[in-house]
Design a protein around this ligand. Structure first.
Ligand code: FAD
Ligand code: SF4
Length: 509
């Protein structure tokens, strides 16, 4: 093909027809390049379902673009012309098509963003890197918001985003007279007769081809490839979201922090994988939720809680990522260095809560927020696991994991490894919290009521051991000081039992 004006590179998490690079182009004059790349599939060993989801969604998106009149050069992983890396693939396309310009929407990840910048030097063809128009707050705008603030608290950022979008606002006043209804959202789990399930989609021919490819090429990666039920097209992702709004959203707020045996999804949306690759639009999903609230179909605590996760947390962690990269990935406030235990991969542990979270992660490439934060994350924090190793685990195992969103959640929120930039206190909890919010403890070998000893829930001794080990670092935090004081009131022999119990358990890891 000759006479190409723009070579538009569309990355695997840019599956959005209104993406800035596509909006700047013209189907009749430009060529779209998409590629399944070995380097990207293996730079961490992603869950098999995650690779299959992305490759299938990419292939379907290429079809969507062709139907809209674009010429798409789509390089499959096993095609002879596959070059394995972005740079080599673009180099080949440039020499084959001699475009006037290379156009790409900015990358979501620092590593890839650096690579795109290097292309400006490397290629004689000009490279246009356009802002990602799928976020509400650009990295520059976030940096302006952060500038001069002593503390970067999500809540204040979120209020700005509410004002900016007008979501759940009556003029300057938030719906219901309050910005945040989280206090109503802490109900423990109740096994009800009706438990919604995310919409499941049977694999079509394209997905079946991809499943065979992933089994052959990445069959030794973590996770179960089948059953595969994710949506891989925009229409199916939108249908899955509509089903969530109708069936699960009304209870989303109430049970947001709950965990139940055999219920991996509860009232969660299971849409982060669709949002993060561009199949769903964040603002649009929030507008749909607002419409459901205004129509009386959804209570305010659910609608507000959901919208806060998207325009608040999701945008906020992205802002932190770009503000603090590079370097943020090596944060280690507590100096934790213990290797990640094998049971994060095998699920072979007697701790029923950890076993449940890891097993469903393996099966579904999904765990909901409280499982990530208060089970696997909390355990790692209490046991002193190296935050960087843990970050790589989270990046591998979830279908929605991309570094810009995973890293701040892991290093900042869950491990407090940034020393409190993102979270106002460490999310450290003993077995009592897990027992209150779940039904895991009833089926566990350990006794959640005991503080120390071989039968005691390991979270308990590890929790008090964490408080004692890091008292210098956390004692100044008003929300942790109370726990330090409680620990200090334990008798000396109780403190010794806790230390022994924690050490004995850690020695088994
Ligand atoms: C250690 C750890 C690692 C995480 N890694 C990721 C990740 O790699 N990718 C990812 O998208 N989310 C991550 N999260 C945030 C959150 O757990 C997931 O977004 C959520 O579980 C996805 O499931 P869902 O779509 O059912 O979300 P729901 O609970 O239904 O929430 C709705 C949406 O809100 C957004 N959201 C909610 N909480 C957060 C948050 N803390 N940060 C950013 N967005 C949020 C997501 O887009 C999510 O789809 C992580 C959280 C922790 C504690
Ligand atoms: S007793 Fe402890 S380890 Fe067992 S499920 Fe409860 S919190 Fe988890």
């Amino acid at each position: 093909m000759g006479g190409v004006r723009n070579l538009i590179l569309v990355l695997g998490d840019q599956l959005t027809p209104t993406l800035s690079s596509l909006a700047a182009g013209e189907p009749a004059r430009d060529l779209v390049l998409m590629a399944e790349l070995h380097d990207e599939a293996t730079y961490v060993r992603h869950h098999q379902k995650k690779i299959a989801f992305l490759f299938s969604a990419m292939r379907h998106f290429a079809e969507e673009l062709r139907d809209a009149g674009w010429t798409v050069e789509y390089v499959k992983l096993d095609a002879p012309e596959s070059r394995g890396s972005f740079t080599a693939q673009v180099e080949q396309a440039v020499s084959a098509h001699r475009p006037e310009r290379i156009v790409v929407t900015e990358a979501g990840e620092w590593r890839v963003a650096q690579m795109l910048e290097e292309w400006r030097e490397q290629f004689s063809t000009p490279v246009d890197i356009l802002p990602d128009n799928r976020f509400l707050c650009s990295p520059h705008e976030f940096a302006q918001w952060a500038d001069g603030r002593k503390q970067l608290r999500m809540e204040y950022f979120y209020r700005e985003m509410r004002r900016k979008t007008g979501l759940l606002m009556y003029g300057d006043v938030p719906a219901g007279g309050k910005w945040n209804f989280d206090a109503e959202n802490r109900k423990p789990a109740e096994a009800s007769l009706f438990m919604p399930r995310p919409a499941a989609h049977a694999p079509d021919a394209i997905t079946n081809d991809v499943l065979a490819l992933v089994a052959a090429r990445f069959g030794n990666h973590f996770g179960d490839l089948k059953p595969f039920w994710f949506a891989v097209t925009r229409n199916d992702a939108e249908a899955a979201f509509a089903a969530f709004v109708k069936d699960a959203l009304p209870s989303f707020g109430d049970y947001q922090d709950a965990m139940l045996r055999g219920e991996p999804f509860l009232y969660h949306a299971v849409i982060a994988l669709y949002l993060n690759c561009g199949l769903l639009d964040p603002l649009r999903v929030c507008q749909q939720v607002e419409a459901a609230y205004r129509a009386g179909a959804v209570p305010l605590n659910a609608a507000e809680g959901f919208i806060r996760q998207i325009i608040g947390w999701r945008e906020y962690v992205r802002g932190i990522y770009w503000l603090k990269m590079p370097g943020y990935e090596h944060s280690n406030f507590f100096g934790h260095t213990r290797p990640l235990p094998d049971f994060y991969w095998s699920a072979q542990t007697d701790m029923a809560c950890v076993k449940a979270a890891v097993t469903q992660t393996k099966e579904q490439a999904y765990a909901h927020h409280i499982q990530r934060l208060m089970i696997t994350g909390n355990f790692a924090l209490l046991a002193g696991i190296d935050p960087h190793e843990l970050h790589e685990w989270y990046l591998c195992v979830y279908a929605d994991a991309y570094e810009w969103v995973e890293l701040p959640n892991t290093v900042g929120m869950s491990q407090f490894a940034d020393g409190g930039l993102l979270a106002s206190k460490p999310y450290a909890a003993s077995g009592a919290y897990i027992n209150r919010m779940s039904d895991y403890c009833g089926g566990c070998k350990y006794d959640v009521k005991r503080r120390a000893g071989p039968e005691a829930c390991p979270f308990n001794a590890l929790y008090w051991n964490f408080i004692s080990r890091h008292r210098e670092k956390i004692g100044g935090n008003p929300r942790m000081a109370q726990m330090v004081r409680t620990y200090d009131k334990f008798a000396a022999d109780e403190q010794a039992r806790i230390a022994q119990s924690a050490a004995a358990f850690l020695a088994t890891l």
